[in-house]
Design a protein. Structure first.
Length: 98
């Protein structure tokens, strides 16, 4: 599913125009991004948690030349699925958990 498909689904399930659904989806993404940039996590019960992780700088190797390079410290956004989502993902077609 891409963003446009998500917008279409939100619009259809809520009986609103696609433009209104687009604003809602875009503002949701913007709020998650703003929280991540600020270093805050975002917990969405039943769905999962976005958490900012600090990754220390380290030495690496250029695979093409074999030259040692410095990889700068950075921040990554990790996602951990909620228990309900993990269980939904692991349902077998008969309705039992795999």
């Amino acid at each position: 599913m891409n963003t446009m498909e998500l917008i279409e689904r939100v619009a259809a399930e809520n009986g609103v125009a696609k433009e209104h659904a687009r604003k809602i989806v875009d503002s949701t993404f913007a709020a998650i991004i703003a929280a991540a940039v600020a270093g805050d996590g975002v917990a969405l019960p039943g769905f999962g948690r976005f958490k900012v992780k600090e990754v220390a700088g380290r030495q690496g190797r250029n695979p093409g030349t074999g030259e040692t390079i410095t990889i700068l410290a950075s921040r990554k956004l990790n996602f951990a699925a909620a228990k309900a989502l993990r269980e939904a993902l692991n349902q077998t077609p008969g309705g039992t958990t795999a």
